[in-house]
Design a binder for this molecule. Structure first.
Ligand code: PMP
Length: 495
């Protein structure tokens, strides 16, 4: 087993976290004084790790394996950097979890939350009521999203938003007098969340196995994963073939039973699967031909990651519903939503009656106030344009330099979203066996050398905050190359 053999070489960067004055903000001074009895002052790293083992169940984690190693405790962040409880500085190549689009430490977002909490921390939208920040955010979203969207349904997460999609799409077809249109077609390796409906829409077999999923009425087709499935044929021809799997499935199910197709513009958690340019226009053509709703899950791609506000704008298609979360608030507070196109919204508003669906925190005023400020930062500071015109192409070009590395079989990506495929043999695209081991090894080398890159199997993922500068991109590339070298050396030693 490769990864058992080598302890990653550690080149720790113990640069101290900048002081409040260096950071030109005074968040620390605004924090309430901690009492001596609070945990924060009474535990060091080992103490935190002990609490972690005794009390905390992590998402998507093998607890026993984690307990053997101990959790890394992340204590603070600024810009594109994190610091752990040992004082180690880490370049965050994943923007938290694909979400901190404006970077860490934005004072305006803290102020927006504090002001709203003092004014009205919470009120619901159930009782024929609404709050000003909810409406301000809804109106701003109508401005920044594609023109067919003027209405939004708010949730607290991407998973809840995808649950809402299932409820809303089926309700819509009932209202349209076609209640038999229930089936939603998705793709293998899709990620649409971890709730029962979200995981069902998702195409992760290891998630399905743990809960008798998918729920009825959800089907999956193969993704447009050229590196895995494309032969040496032209990528655009492969894109068309991949899209036509949707038509084949629609005809197999019966077009009158299909409600919607859902897809991420670029599949994120599945391994940054970038479809050929021919793919999405063909998917849209097929959806229109059979009258099927087209749902774009923009939880990762939305709010600038691809250098356009939304991934559908990069690929040139016009969805009926759009799922949003993550970059909507840059992760500062939990919020998600479903953008609903005019034609669907009109049907639901005029003829839908009561929609028996909603969450306590739908339209949460504090989350909305923070999200609204965040979207204005993205817009007013031209952050999306910078990714499009300058830093996105720079990141992609610098990453492509890594294609000369013996371990790297492919570099792909758009804007601030990218993947490196790790392979044993570049020419034949042969992976190491078992799949996942070399990726985990590389990820661990990264973590121990001050860089967060995520591994999906043997695919290394990069999705930094959209404010990452050219100098920080250079640092990312330098660290990535070092970690690829360490990974290769470990693999060769093993061989
Ligand atoms: N959709 C996509 C495309 C995602 O990447 C994610 C999360 N990574 C989700 C939905 C689920 O979002 P959440 O974790 O906020 O529930």
């Amino acid at each position: 087993m490769l990864m058992m053999l080598h302890h990653p070489t550690i080149v720790r960067d113990r640069r101290a976290a900048p002081s409040a004055r260096q950071r030109n903000v005074s968040l620390r001074s605004q924090r309430p004084a901690r009492s001596m009895s609070t945990l924060a002052t009474s535990h060091d790293t080992l103490g935190w790790q002990d609490l972690d083992r005794r009390h905390y169940l992590h998402p998507f984690t093998d607890s026993r394996a984690l307990h053997a190693r101990g959790a890394r405790i992340i204590t603070r962040a600024e810009g594109v950097y994190l610091w752990d409880s040992e004082g180690t500085r880490i370049l965050d190549g994943m923007a938290g979890l694909w979400c901190v689009n404006v970077g860490y430490g934005r004072r305006e977002l803290v102020d927006a939350a504090a002001a709203q909490m003092l004014e009205l921390p919470f009120y619901n939208s159930f009782f024929k009521t609404a709050t000003p920040p909810t409406l301000a955010l809804a109106a701003l979203l109508a401005e920044v999203t594609p023109p067919q969207f003027k209405h939004v349904f708010f949730t607290s997460s991407g998973s809840e938003a995808n649950d809402t999609v299932v409820r809303l799409v089926r309700h819509y077809w009932q209202v349209q007098g076609q209640p038999q249109r229930k089936t939603i077609i998705s793709r293998w390796l899709a990620y649409h969340g971890s709730t029962v409906a979200g995981a069902s829409l998702g195409g992760m077999r290891y998630m399905h196995e743990q809960g008798d999923l998918p729920i009825p009425g959800i089907e999956h087709i193969d993704p447009p994963y050229w590196f895995e499935q494309g032969t040496d044929n032209d990528q655009e021809a492969f894109g068309l073939l991949a899209a036509r799997r949707l038509e084949e499935r629609i005809l197999a199910i019966g077009a009158d039973k299909v409600a919607a197709f859902i897809g991420e513009p670029i599949q994120g958690a599945g391994g940054v699967i970038v479809p050929p340019a021919s793919y999405w226009p063909e998917i849209e053509r097929i959806c229109r031909k059979y009258g099927i709703l087209l749902v774009s899950d923009e939880v990762i791609c939305g709010f600038g990651r691809l250098g356009r506000w939304f991934g559908c704008e990069h690929f040139g298609y016009t969805p009926d519903l759009m799922v949003i979360a993550k970059g909507l608030s840059s992760g500062y507070l939990p919020i998600g939503g479903v953008m609903v196109s005019d034609s669907v919204a009109t049907t639901l508003i005029e003829r839908g009656g009561e929609f028996n669906h909603g969450y306590t925190y739908s339209g949460h005023p504090t989350c909305c106030a923070v999200a609204e400020r965040n979207v204005r930062i993205l817009r007013d500071e031209h952050i999306v344009e910078r990714v499009h015109d300058d830093t996105g192409p720079y990141l992609q070009a610098r990453l492509r330099e890594l294609a000369d590395h013996p371990l790297v079989g492919e570099v792909r990506g758009v804007g601030f979203m990218a993947a490196l495929e790790l392979v044993r043999d570049k020419a034949s695209r042969t992976r190491y066996a078992p799949v996942g081991e070399i990726g985990t090894l590389c990820r661990d080398f990264c973590f121990d050398n001050g860089l967060i890159m995520r591994a999906v199997g043997d695919t290394m993922i990069i999705a930094p905050a959209l404010v990452m500068s050219r100098a920080e991109i250079d640092e990312l590339i330098e660290r990535a190359r070092l970690c690829l070298d360490l990974t290769l050396a470990a693999a060769r030693d093993h061989a």
